[in-house]
Design a protein around this ligand. Sequence first.
Ligand code: HEM
Length: 370
Amino acid sequence: MLLSWVKTFGDVIYINIFGRPVIVLNKVEHAIELMDKQGAAYSDRPRMVYLNEIFSASMILTVNYGYEVEPGEDPLVKLFEGSDATIARPGSPGATLVDFFSLLRFVPPFLPGGKFTKLSGQARGALKMMLNKPFDAVIEQRAAGVASHSLLALMLDKYEQNGQVDQSQLKAIKEVSGTMYRAGAGTTSALLRSFVHAMVLNPVVARMGQAEIDCIIGNERLPAFEDKGLLPYIDYILKELLRWKPPIPLGIAHRAIHDGEIAGKHIPKGSLIIPNIGYMMSDERNYEDPGRFFPERFMSDVSGTENTVLDPSSAVFGFGRRICPGRHFAEASLWLAIANMLAVFDILPVLDNDGHEVLPENKFTEGLTW
Ligand code: HEM
């Protein structure tokens, strides 16, 4: 819906929802001006009723917990998928209906409007399990002396070196790991789903990526991160995926801590600032023929002139002091996943009973992530 509003209302949209001012920024330059350059005033987060109600896969699990995901139905991946339906689907934190109308959280689940009470109950349970299960598993593995290297194991080593029992520090360590698991798994898996989708719809792009890998790496081994500089087309595919379907299309809301202004428009103190990343990435002022999946748009020309097309990474990971802390890890692990999937698989559409290809619809779910 926000996409169609841009045409009618322009680059900066002001909405008043239940008395709360909301500013939607549709132009990447405005988002950078406010949230990067004037970051001190626009890096606060709004009260996130839905998320607060419920606060108190595989690459993330390995780095965070040293956990190797099992093929097929892995219990921790299942746990994450279950939580995603209740945590990410209601919308962007700070901008769900219950964030604007917080009394909704008291409506019993069986009454109209009680959806949030029911969802937050389910999400609370799922989050608790996500926080505890992998953490407890690492504690047990350490006790048995079989824990793999992981961020959590590293933090626990440091904690134990202090030689003091500090429950609040232990709780912080557990929550840092849980936050990374939650924040990292949903976004990276959304992007990898878009990758499979894009490859099925654009077989020529998949073949170009495979040709690059075959030519540079050959068939004797898999691509490694050290090969990155030699495989530019894989970079372009990743950039185009981030642009085509940015995993968090409306970002995570910021809050203005005092009055301000953007493009001659007043921003009242306390406003929610929503960067419309999805629109920025499909704005014709930034990208020619934005609906087309076209990694070549990021290529430098043969004369070596620098490519000046807007790098999606300047918007899809958010802005200013709140910019995604996992962005470098995300880009590195996604690059590796894409290069390896192209090296090993031909990603093709399913066939119907008559042997005809069935192309997937270009339809995505709604919520915090696709
Ligand atoms: C393609 C993958 C990813 C995308 C597109 C993405 C995008 C974002 C965005 C848009 C924000 C909000 C920034 C803002 O408020 O301006 C964010 C925040 C955050 N991300 Fe990511 N992210 C990704 C992967 C990851 C990974 C892998 C991790 C951790 C391992 C992570 C951890 C976080 C955390 C902890 C925050 C909250 C930061 C804060 O509130 O200050 N993200 N991310």
